[in-house]
Design a protein around this ligand. Structure first.
Ligand code: ATP
Ligand code: MG
Length: 219
C-alpha cells in the first residue's frame, strides 16, 4: 500500500489568508498529499498585544477557512499544548499520530531562512521532508546558504511543472518549489483593518465576517 503523504503547514495565522490557502493548494496537488494539517502556533496570552489575536480566535479562523477543502485539516495540536510551540516537539507528536506516513513540512522561503533560530533545527531537518515555497520579495536560491552545514545534495529545486516522484524522495529531503505566490501577508491585513479598509478577497468571506464580528485587529 502506498504510504500516506501528510503536509504540515504551521504559522501564526494572524489571520489565515488567501495566500496561505493558495500556496497549500498548489503544494497539495504537486506532491499529491493526502492531507495538509494547518497548525496555528500557540503564543502565550501575555505576549498578546492587540496585534496577536488569541490562540482560540486564530484557531477558529483556520477552521472557518478550511471548511470546504477536502484535503485540509485544522490541527489544534500546538494551541492545545498551551505552551510555546517548537517544531521539533510538534513533529514528534505528529509522527506518533501518523507512524506510517511521509511527513512534509511546508513553509515559505521567508520562514525557512530563519530556520537556524529554531530549537534543534538540525534534527528537524533530518526527521522529515521539507517543501520550501517562494514568496514575493525573496529568492528561493537563498535557501542554499541556510543548509551549508548539511549536505547540499539533499536539496533540489523543482521546475514549474515537475512533481516529486519516489526516486527523488529516496535521495532528497528539501524541495524548493517555485509557485506563483499571492502578494498577501497577515501584517498587511492587520494594517488595513486598523485603517478601516476592506480586506475582501484577501481572506475567505467567513474569516472576514468573523474578524468583524469579534472586532479583531482594530487597535
Ligand atoms: P505575518 O505578516 O504576520 O508574518 P504571514 O502572512 O507571513 O504573517 P505566517 O502565519 O507568518 O503568515 O506564515 C505562515 C507560513 O505561511 C510561513 O511559512 C510563510 O512563509 C507562509 N506564507 C505566508 N504568506 C504566504 C504567501 N502569500 N505565499 C506563500 N506562503 C506564504
Ligand atoms: Mg510571517
Amino acid at each position: 500500500m502506498k504510504e500516506e503523504r501528510i503536509g504540515l503547514f504551521g504559522g501564526t495565522f494572524n489571520p489565515i489568508h488567501s495566500g496561505h490557502l493558495r500556496a497549500a493548494e498548489i503544494v497539495q496537488k504537486r506532491l499529491d498529499l493526502d492531507k495538509v494539517l494547518f497548525i496555528p502556533s500557540y503564543i502565550p496570552p501575555h505576549k498578546n498585544s492587540a496585534k496577536i489575536a488569541s490562540p482560540a480566535h486564530r484557531m477558529k479562523m483556520v477552521e472557518l477557512a478550511l471548511h470546504s477543502h477536502p484535503h485540509f485539516i485544522p490541527s489544534s495540536i500546538e494551541v492545545d499544548a498551551e505552551e510555546r510551540s517548537y517544531s521539533i516537539i510538534t513533529l514528534g507528536k505528529i509522527k506518533k499520530l501518523y507512524p506510517n506516513s511521509r511527513i512534509f513540512f511546508i513553509l515559505g522561503i521567508d520562514a525557512f531562512l530563519e530556520i537556524d533560530t529554531w530549537k534543534n533545527h538540525e534534527q528537524v531537518l533530518e526527521q522529515c521532508f521539507f517543501v520550501v515555497i517562494s514568496r514575493p520579495g525573496f529568492r528561493l536560491e537563498e535557501a542554499e546558504a541556510v543548509v551549508q552545514g548539511i549536505s547540499r545534495e539533499i536539496m533540489c529545486e523543482l521546475s514549474k511543472s515537475e512533481n516529486i516522484n519516489d526516486d527523488m524522495l529516496r535521495t532528497r529531503r528539501i524541495f524548493l518549489v517555485p509557485i506563483d505566490a499571492l502578494y498577501i501577508a497577515s501584517t498587511n491585513i492587520r494594517e488595513k483593518i486598523k485603517r478601516g479598509e476592506s480586506i475582501q478577497k484577501m481572506v475567505p468571506d467567513e474569516v472576514d465576517a468573523y474578524i468583524q464580528r469579534n472586532n479583531l485587529y482594530q487597535s
